[in-house]
Design a protein around this ligand. Structure first.
Ligand code: GLY
Length: 329
């Protein structure tokens, strides 16, 4: 009888699990975990928008060399932060209404440790500062002048982040100064990244210059652990992009991880979190939100309010840009 490869793998797994159960070395819960571990798609890195294609490359270099997920996500989003052509992250980000580029970022590792900076100015790599907050301080979050002071004392250089392109856009905006912070559904935004390394550990990172021409001092979802990004190494991780106020009001990334903890797939969890926004926030149709999720088994999910959200996934099959499903058809 011809046995297909898939049926052979399934039969082998069942036999292996059976022998563990018979020998009593694993309980039922451990059996399930063992099965899932064998089915993992790893390593894998996942990031928001088409700028994720370039960001995934340095992250993948870390992962394929058996590096840690936390190093992969840090290296990955640093690529976007340093790109002056990208107007929503790091260097070249659009400024606030007063002409200041202010940055938010956060990072979380497989141990549940987290670091974050908000309202940081004149530093090209806010994610690397957030990483140092996580690794070298007793705190989770530093903000504004304190975050800048910490960065300079840690050896980062002071850099003017306002490029000519961003300055021109701001000057054009100032002619009308119509402050209506609607994120156009085609407007690329925050880079959020999730990785599962060869060891099976998860980490996440998120970095942005926030909403263009925002009020001075405005902080969005991206540096808030549980809003812009959340990882629980037992379950999975999630990141958010889009109008941060909606994500903050529903604590989107934490919500998605909790949905996955309760048995949902990453796709179901992202859809349910968008549905929560729909249920709770009446003007949700005016804004775009995109969620990405990754579970411990390497399964992924993505969902947004409007058409136009996409994400980049780099795994053994290559680095691919994928259009997310969306609510408003
Ligand atoms: N999601 C980025 C922001 O609202 O600042």
């Amino acid at each position: 009888m011809k046995v297909s490869r898939r049926s052979f793998i399934v039969k082998s797994l069942v036999a292996a699990i059976g022998s563990f159960a018979v020998s009593g070395r694993l309980n039922a819960k451990e059996n399930i975990r063992t099965t899932k571990q064998r089915l993992r798609n790893k390593p894998l890195v996942l990031s928001t928008w088409s700028h994720g294609i370039e960001a995934n490359k340095p992250a993948w270099d870390v992962l394929k060399a058996n590096g840690k997920a936390v190093d992969a996500v840090e290296k990955g989003v640093m690529q976007t932060e340093a790109d002056p052509e990208n107007t929503s992250v790091g260097l070249g980000g659009f400024p606030d209404r007063d002409g200041n580029v202010t940055l938010d970022a956060c990072i979380m590792d497989e141990t549940g440790n987290a670091g974050s900076i908000s309202f940081l100015q004149n530093i090209v790599h806010p994610i690397a500062v957030a990483r140092l907050v996580m690794d070298k301080t007793p705190h989770v979050m530093l903000s504004g002048k304190g975050a800048f002071q910490f960065a300079i004392e840690s050896g980062f250089e002071k850099t003017d982040l306002l490029t000519d392109k961003a300055k021109q856009a701001w000057e054009k905006w100032r002619l009308k100064a119509n402050y209506k912070p609607v994120i156009n559904i085609e407007n690329h935004d925050t880079i959020g990244m999730l990785a599962l390394d060869a060891n099976g550990d998860l980490s996440g990172a998120c970095t942005t210059s926030g909403v263009a021409f925002k009020m001075h001092g405005r902080v969005g979802d991206s540096p808030i652990i549980g809003a812009g990004m959340f990882v629980d190494n037992e379950v999975g991780g999630a990141v958010a992009t889009g109008m941060g106020e909606l994500v903050l009001k529903t604590l989107g990334s934490f919500l998605i991880v909790e949905f996955m903890r309760n048995g949902m797939s990453p796709q179901e969890a992202c859809e349910k979190a968008i549905d929560r926004i729909k249920q709770k926030l009446p003007d949700y149709e005016k804004f775009q939100i995109g969620y990405l999720a990754l579970n411990k088994q390497g399964e992924t999910g993505a969902y947004s309010i409007h058409k136009g959200f996409n994400y980049a996934q780099y795994d053994k099959k290559g680095n691919n840009l994928i259009d997310a499903e969306y609510l408003l058809k």
